[in-house]
Design a protein around this ligand. Structure first.
Ligand SMILES: Cc1ncc(C[n+]2csc(CCOP(=O)(O)OP(=O)(O)O)c2C)c(N)n1
Ligand SMILES: [Mg+2]
Length: 577
């Protein structure tokens, strides 16, 4: 029976020469693209390889952009960065063998930073399994310890289904990376569209926005209303869960001094009466109630050992494995930072008194400690010395940032300085590698941030060592017309490591394996089509930054900083204690 074109159902296929209906067929790469689309992925970061090209072809059909970089580490870090900026999972696609091994660092960084991303890697054809095919490696074995989910795809029909499983795992609880390996013949093969499970957008995952045990919300509200000296640490998960507004409401309604770390920086703007930074050690030693939100007791927190033994300690985290790890706590809540804080604010507000007024003196006490520490450091921030005092450089950067500047730090000592001085002005406007401490995240994070949010200004500070790891992708920023203000704090050294070597082995043996050339990164930027300037005099930093902003190009301002000046954290070797 003849049918009009409009009456043909979408998946009905075309009529074969013998009259039987042939099913509509779809290839593996096109199934990948359909599954990515269902998750809202609109860009993949990639470096090409023959094993993965059918995914590109699928992306063309689905309207997913293919952003090509110069090193797979960059693709993986960009996927991590994209997830942080957008709140959606990021996706990187790399070829088999060295393409996948190159991406390992980016995946590992996303694991420690709890950043949801999917890495898709190619693999030799299943028909050549264990025959020594080009670029064959045991990728799933390699990825298993550094992902939340790592699997190979055994059949073309299962591709989209497994992509959805990978996303479910990446986004559940504390987010993290997933990995899928797709053999070449599985990816290239065509199967009937009707036989492939393609999970529908929004219908294969549940919300993980939990408040934990409701009774614990009441317990925490009780602790807060009776506390005279509380403090809260707002960690990365406050941003991950997009709980910034709930956190702001919590500290303001209940009058609780707040410290921020990781991606939680910028939750409160600088100058906010509850925003504290330099008085953290004092607060942790003198508070009666310490509430840790969405950050583990890892090395950044001295494994929880530096909290007052008499304080009541509360920990809120998306991951049950983090709560109570490394030290005992008085109350643990496994849940979503924003949802929990909103519920506690509401519960406490329902009491006869929230106790907010009783905490006024404590806030003033902390403000006094904060102001004294700030005043003590200020002369360094205003230093006219040349070579330039790193404190002056990071001070100038802090002055330069606007409410719309996303700040990215990638380096050793120079970034340690910036952690003390640079204060992002808005939530989600601070990016650092996270607890893996990976050098080389800078350029990929710039790529992700500027690509996802072209309306934002991106300002990145690099150590000269850190920039060198992934610096060639500056060319990608030029190619995609992604202007940003880049600064290299250049001390011709891997200074953070050099300090420890000198301290341990003496000055004459301290110059081993940590020396870099006097490289003109401004010239490197210009060579690749960007903007560059060199700065030796501190008073030129501000004007150079402004010219970089106005250039409308990817830029690098090469600032020669004093190699003999080290950050206090480096001198105390705090990170190893
Ligand atoms: C990928 C990677 N390799 C090595 C290290 C160890 N490391 C930490 S800081 C540092 C020195 C970084 O030098 P640079 O970026 O120039 O910053 P500086 O300390 O000189 O300011 C090194 C090598 C690391 N964290 N990550
Ligand atoms: Mg350096």
């Amino acid at each position: 029976m003849a049918q009009t074109a409009q009456a043909v159902p979408e998946n009905a296929g075309v009529e074969a020469s013998n009259g039987a209906a042939e099913p509509e067929m779809i290839s593996g790469g096109h199934l990948v693209a359909k599954a990515l689309k269902a998750e809202g992925i609109d860009v993949i970061f990639t470096l090409c390889g023959g094993h993965i090209i059918d995914i590109y072809d699928g992306c063309v059909d689905e309207g997913i952009e293919v952003v090509d970089v110069r090193h797979e580490q960059v693709a993986a870090h960009a996927a991590d960065g994209y997830a942080r900026i957008t709140g959606k999972p990021g996706c990187a696609v790399v070829t088999a063998g060295p393409g996948t091994t190159d991406a390992v660092t980016g995946v590992a960084n996303a694991l420690r930073a709890e950043s949801p991303m999917l890495l898709i890697g190619g693999q030799g054809a299943l028909s050549q399994h264990k025959m020594g095919s080009l670029q064959d490696l045991p990728h799933v074995d390699m990825m298993t310890p550094i992902t939340k989910f790592a699997a190979g795809v055994p059949h073309t029909e299962r591709i989209a289904d497994l992509v959805s499983m990978a996303f479910r795992e990446a986004l559940a609880g504390a987010p993290g990376p997933s990995f899928l390996e797709i053999p070449r013949d599985i990816l290239d093969a065509k199967v009937p569209l009707a036989k492939a499970r393609i999970p529908e957008a929004g219908r294969y995952r549940a919300s993980t926005r939990s408040i934990g045990d409701p009774a614990d919300i009441e317990r925490l509200a009780d602790l807060i209303v009776h506390s005279e000296k509380p403090c809260v640490l707002l960690g990365s998960q406050v941003w991950t869960t997009r709980g910034s507004d709930d956190a702001i409401d919590f500290v303001r309604t209940l009058n609780i001094p707040a410290f921020m770390n990781g991606s939680g920086r910028g939750t409160l703007p600088p100058g906010d009466p509850h925003h504290l930074q330099l008085a953290r050690r004092y607060a942790f030693q003198n508070s009666d109630l310490i509430i840790i939100v969405g950050t583990p007791f890892d090395f950044r927190m001295g494994y929880g050992k530096r909290l007052s033994p008499s304080a009541t300690v509360v920990q809120i985290d998306l991951d049950y494995r983090t709560v109570g790890k490394n030290r005992d706590i008085d109350l643990g809540i496994v849940g979503d930072a924003g949802a929990v804080l909103a519920a506690v604010t509401q519960a406490a507000s329902g009491r006869t008194s929230t106790g907010a007024a009783n905490r006024k003196a404590w806030l003033e006490e902390l403000r006094g400690v904060e102001d004294a520490a700030y005043q003590k450091r200020l002369p360094r921030q205003h230093s006219d010395a040349s070579p330039i005092d790193p404190y002056r450089l990071v001070h100038e950067i802090n002055e330069f940032l606007t409410e719309d500047s996303i700040y990215i730090g990638d380096g050793g000592d120079i970034v340690t300085f910036s952690g003390q001085v640079v204060q992002p002005k808005s939530p989600g406007h601070w990016m650092d590698p996270g607890p893996l401490g990976t050098l080389g995240v800078g350029v990929p994070f710039v790529l992700a941030a500027k690509y996802a949010r072209p309306d934002k200004e991106v300002v990145a500070l690099f150590g000269d060592g850190a920039f060198s790891l992934t610096g060639w992708d500056f060319e990608t920023l030029v190619r995609y017309n992604l202007p940003f203000v880049g600064i290299v704090g250049n001390n011709s050294s891997m200074n953070q490591i050099r300090y420890g070597q000198i301290a341990k082995y003496g000055a004459d043996r301290g110059r081993v394996g940590n020396t870099l050339g006097d490289v003109r990164y401004d010239e490197f930027a210009k060579m690749l089509g960007g903007y560059g300037e060199e700065v030796r005099d501190p008073k030129d930093i501000g004007p150079a930054l402004r010219r970089a902003r106005e250039s409308g190009l990817p830029s690098l301002i090469n600032v020669w900083v004093d190699p003999e000046v080290y950050a206090p954290g480096t001198m105390n070797q705090t990170m190893y204690k």
